[in-house]
Design a protein around this ligand. Structure first.
Ligand SMILES: [Zn+2]
Length: 415
C-alpha cells in the first residue's frame, strides 16, 4: 500500500511496510505520479547522461589506480547534494541520499576500476548510438546509471522512506580482489547495509549467484644441482608435475559448476640443471561455498602429497619444500530466489516489460552474498560487446530503460 503526502516543499512517498513486496506493490509504484514523472526525467536526461558516460570513461582508472576517477565521482556526488560524501580507506566514494529514516539502507554501487593497465588509450569514439572505448560498458555504464538515478530522484523531488547510499567502488576487477567491497562491508558501512545492488554489465540481467574463487601461487623449492653430477636429488619441477597430475584428476560437480585450472607455470634454470625453484598459478572456482571449500581442501592435500611422493622417491636427498600463497580470494554466495530483493527485481522487470533470467557471475555482490546480506547485480541497460577488450562497445539504443529499472528497484527496496 502506498501513501503519498505533501508538505510545503517536498513530495514524500511513503509506503506502509509489508512482510514481502507483492507484485501489486511494484505495479502500483509504477503508476505513482511522482514515479511516472521520474521516469520521464530519466528519458529526458539520457542524452546528457550518455555524454557523461563518455566523459567519465575518458578518465583512466587502471587496477589499483582509480583515484582520479574517484575524485570526479566525489565531485558529482557533492553536486547532486548527497550527504556525508567521502572517500574511504580503500578508495570507495560513498554518499548518502537520506530518506525519512536512515533504515532500511539500500546500497546502489558501480565499480570505478577497469582491467586496462596505465597508458591504455581511453579515448571514446561515438557513431550514432554506439560508443566504443575501453570500459565504456564495464563499468562506466554502471556509474552513469547510478548518477542518473540520483538526478531523477532529485528532479522529481522524491524522498524515499528508507535511505539510499551510493557507492563508486574500487577493486572489482581481477587482482583488485573485491577489496572495495571488503572494506565497505568490513569497515566503512559495516552493519549499516540492509540490501545491496551492484550495477554492472548491460541489458536487463539479474545476477543472484556469486561465483567464488581461490587463486594461488604455489612455489616448489630445493637445493638444485647438476643434472648428471647431482642426479638422485628431489626435483621441484617433478614435484610440481606430480601436483598438476593430481589436480587434473579432481572430480567436480557440473552443478553447482565447480572448476579448476593451472593457468601459468614457470621455473628452472637450464636443461642440464636440477632446478632450485618451480612455480604455478592455480584458479579454483565454484558457485557454491561448500563445493569451493571441498575443492580447496583437495587442492591442498594434492600439493602436500605430491611433495611427499617426490621426496620419498629420492629418499629425501635434496628434499623439496613448498609454499602455497593465496593471491586472490573472491567469496562465493547466493541470494535465494525467495528473498525479497530477487522477487522484487523480477517484479520490476515484469512491470517494465523486460525479460530476465537469474544468472551467476563474479561481481561486487559476491561479498554481501557471502555474508548473508541480500544482494544482486543488475545490468545497466543498452547492449554491447567486447568487455575487457580494447574494442569494447556500448549500444545506447533504449538504454534509458536500464536507468528506469534501477530507479524503480531502488524505490521498491528503500522502504
Ligand atoms: Zn564490471
Amino acid at each position: 500500500m502506498i501513501l503519498v503526502c505533501r508538505n510545503t516543499s517536498r513530495l514524500f512517498l511513503l509506503v506502509v511496510f509489508g512482510v514481502t513486496v507483492s507484485a501489486q506493490t511494484v505495479a502500483s509504484l509504477v503508476n505513482e505520479p511522482s514515479v511516472k514523472e521520474a521516469f520521464e526525467i530519466v528519458k529526458r536526461n539520457e542524452p546528457d547522461m550518455l555524454r557523461e558516460q563518455q566523459r567519465i570513461c575518458e578518465i583512466a582508472a587502471p587496477p589499483f589506480q582509480e583515484s582520479v576517477r574517484a575524485v570526479e565521482l566525489k565531485k558529482l556526488f557533492e553536486q547532486f547534494g548527497l550527504a556525508d560524501v567521502r572517500i574511504d580507506k580503500a578508495g570507495n566514494v560513498i554518499g548518502t541520499r537520506s530518506g525519512v529514516k536512515p533504515r532500511p539502507n539500500l546500497v546502489l554501487a558501480a565499480h570505478l576500476d577497469t582491467v586496462f593497465p596505465p597508458g591504455t588509450d581511453v579515448k571514446v569514439t561515438r557513431t550514432g548510438d554506439v560508443m566504443s572505448g575501453p570500459g565504456i560498458g564495464d563499468d562506466c555504464r554502471g556509474l552513469v546509471v547510478m548518477l542518473g538515478v540520483i538526478r531523477a530522484l532529485n528532479e522529481a523531488r522524491i524522498t524515499t522512506p528508507g535511505s539510499i547510499t551510493f557507492v563508486a567502488d574500487v577493486g572489482e576487477e581481477g587482482l583488485g580482489d573485491l577489496r572495495g567491497m571488503k572494506e565497505l562491508f568490513g569497515e566503512s558501512l559495516k552493519g549499516d547495509i540492509d540490501a545491496f545492488i551492484s550495477i554492472d554489465g548491460l541489458g536487463a540481467s539479474i545476477t543472484n549467484t556469486g561465483v567464488g574463487s581461490y587463486r594461488y601461487k604455489v612455489t616448489f623449492k630445493g637445493p638444485g644441482g647438476h643434472s648428471y653430477g647431482s642426479f638422485g636429488m628431489a626435483n621441484p619441477i617433478h614435484a610440481m608435475g606430480r601436483a598438476i597430475a593430481k589436480i587434473d584428476q579432481f572430480e567436480v560437480p557440473e552443478k553447482p559448476k565447480t572448476t579448476f585450472n593451472v593457468g601459468r607455470v614457470g621455473g628452472g634454470t637450464s636443461v642440464n640443471a636440477i632446478p632450485f625453484e618451480a612455480w604455478m598459478e592455480v584458479d579454483l572456482r565454484s558457485s557454491d561455498v561448500s563445493e569451493l571449500d571441498k575443492l580447496n581442501r583437495k587442492f591442498k592435500t594434492a600439493i602436500n602429497d605430491a611433495v611427499a611422493e617426490e621426496n620419498k622417491r629420492w629418499s629425501n636427498r635434496g628434499a623439496v619444500s613448498v609454499s602455497t600463497d593465496l593471491v586472490g580470494l573472491r567469496p562465493a554466495g547466493q541470494t535465494p530466489e525467495s528473498s525479497p530483493i530477487v522477487k522484487t527485481a523480477l517484479e520490476v522487470n515484469q512491470a517494465l516489460g523486460l525479460t530476465a533470467h537469474l544468472g551467476e557471475g563474479s561481481t561486487d555482490a559476491n561479498v554481501p552474498m557471502n555474508e548473508g546480506i541480500q544482494a544482486i547485480t543488475i545490468g545497466g541497460g543498452g547492449s554491447g560487446s567486447g568487455a575487457h577488450s580494447l574494442n569494447e562497445n556500448f549500444d545506447a539504443h533504449d538504454s534509458w530503460k536500464g536507468t528506469q529499472r534501477a530507479l524503480l528497484l531502488a524505490l521498491a527496496l528503500a522502504r
